[in-house]
Design a protein around this ligand. Structure first.
Ligand SMILES: Cc1cc2nc3c(=O)[nH]c(=O)nc-3n(C[C@H](O)[C@H](O)[C@H](O)COP(=O)(O)OP(=O)(O)OC[C@H]3O[C@@H](n4cnc5c(N)ncnc54)[C@H](O)[C@@H]3O)c2cc1C
Length: 403
């Protein structure tokens, strides 16, 4: 195929998930005369993480003060709510409860409260057992933190609205256009994608579960590696859903960037329970039966994964067990909501987290990127990446402007 010439000063965004779309939108706002093209390998936007998540608007409670995650979550939720308002995307600020089930968990909940205050959240309230029941009558705990700024939305609809806005403002979204090769010559990227090749002056890699592989296409070494953690959900029957008003979360283990199985009311109706966090056998596999030899080889040939497994053998084995045992999943849920029963649970959807794992076996907690020559690679953008997508885009495009 002959190369399709694009004007110098053009921008290519790899990945039509919520962050790639937000980056494209931000580029169009920043440089209205610059051609912007999104390359997405699937036949529609939001087919991976952005379409398989809890749809919660996180306001910045959990993250280390001063980290990129904390800063971008706090500003991101405001920008996201504004975007939803402007584009008629359903959303609601319903608030959430983080519940300490035992006395041992209360110091960690206090730490979380301190983090929230340090991150500038407003309206946080410490509740005793009675007060927590006024908000969630069926939840059980010795204490709870009420986080009124937290909310819910529907991120696939956000992505559709972003895609429509990109097209309306003259940007292009190429679907079924997998980027397979990247070569830099004379300060210009030659992009081998789908049916036709293209070129661009700037490149944003927002490829989510494949971001480390796209990074490698540019000739850079992958220091960290994406390790897929599948998150499985159950949906509650109407009777089960009646036990949950809004969002009920456990106190998370600070060692892991996962929040623990929780209850989420969905903006389009119903209540979900989950997600767990089990090592997946395929980056884009949404059931336990999905298996991709390349992904497994990639993961198990990486010393970082072995170090992770050696560091956290119990947690890794427990997550696998809970994924296989509905009874154990139910037990986790009953810690928060004792009245929930097996008959209330129906198998729900699943999502796969693109989690960067460092060579020493630690899970990279903060958002992370690599900026080299005229390319910016987002190499870790787990939760709350969807909530913070517009703020992440503002940050990344800002870096490019500075450079
Ligand atoms: C189970 C789960 C629950 C979560 N819950 C929440 C939540 O409640 N709130 C929240 O804020 N965040 C949540 N997150 C995190 C959030 O979903 C992600 O941070 C966000 O969706 C990341 O967006 P992305 O655009 O980087 O990735 P993705 O949505 O995965 O998009 C990447 C895109 O790149 C495309 N792509 C990959 N390789 C190529 C290639 N070579 N060429 C072209 N295209 C390519 C893919 O097809 C994909 O569409 C959750 C995530 C998971 C998995």
């Amino acid at each position: 195929m002959p190369a399709r010439a694009t004007a110098p000063g053009s921008v290519a965004v790899i990945g039509g998930g919520i962050i790639g779309l937000a980056v494209a939108l931000r580029c169009i706002e920043t440089w209205p005369a610059t051609p912007v093209t999104v390359f997405e390998k699937e036949s529609g936007v939001a087919r991976h993480q952005s379409g398989h998540n809890s749809n919660v608007l996180h306001c910045g409670l959990y993250y280390k003060p001063g980290s990129l995650k904390a800063r971008l979550a706090v500003t991101g939720i405001r920008e996201m709510v504004e975007f939803c308002q402007q584009h008629w995307v359903p959303h609601e600020r319903c608030g959430k409860l983080v519940v300490a089930v035992t006395d041992e968990e209360t110091p960690r909940l206090r730490e979380l409260e301190a983090r929230g205050i340090a991150n500038g959240l407003s309206g946080l309230r410490w509740l005793g057992p009675e007060a927590l029941r006024e908000i969630e009558p069926h939840a059980r705990g010795v204490a709870a933190l009420h986080v009124p700024e937290e909310g819910i939305t529907h991120f696939p609809s956000v992505c559709e609205a972003m895609a429509a806005e990109i097209r309306r403002r003259g940007g292009e979204i190429r679907l079924s256009a997998e980027v397979r090769g990247l070569r830099e010559t004379d300060g210009c990227w030659r992009i081998q994608a789908g049916e036709a090749d293209a070129s661009a002056a700037f490149l944003f890699n927002c490829a989510g579960l494949q971001c480390d592989r796209v990074l490698a296409q540019t000739g850079l070494r992958r220091n960290s590696r994406i390790v897929p953690f599948r998150g499985e959900y159950f949906e509650l029957s109407d009777e089960g859903a009646g036990l949950v008003r809004n969002l009920i979360y456990p106190v998370p283990d600070p060692k892991f960037p996962f929040l623990g199985v929780h209850f989420t009311r969905m903006i389009l109706g119903g209540v979900e329970a989950g997600p767990n966090a089990v090592l997946a056998t395929a980056r884009e596999g949404y059931t336990a039966r999905d298996f991709a030899a390349r992904d497994l080889l990639d993961a198990f040939s990486y010393p970082g994964l072995w170090r992770f497994l050696a560091k956290y053998p119990r947690m890794s084995a427990y997550e696998l067990y809970r994924s296989l045992s509905r009874a154990e999943f139910l037990r986790s849920l009953q810690r928060l909501l004792p009245e929930i029963e097996e008959r209330h649970l129906r198998k729900g959807m699943a999502g796969v987290r693109a989690q960067a794992l460092a060579p020493d076996g630690t899970l990279v907690q903060d958002f992370d990127y690599v900026l080299r020559s005229n390319a910016l690679h987002l190499i870790n953008a787990p939760s709350p990446g969807a909530t913070a997508s517009l703020a992440i885009a503002r940050h990344l495009v800002g870096l490019l402007r500075e450079n």
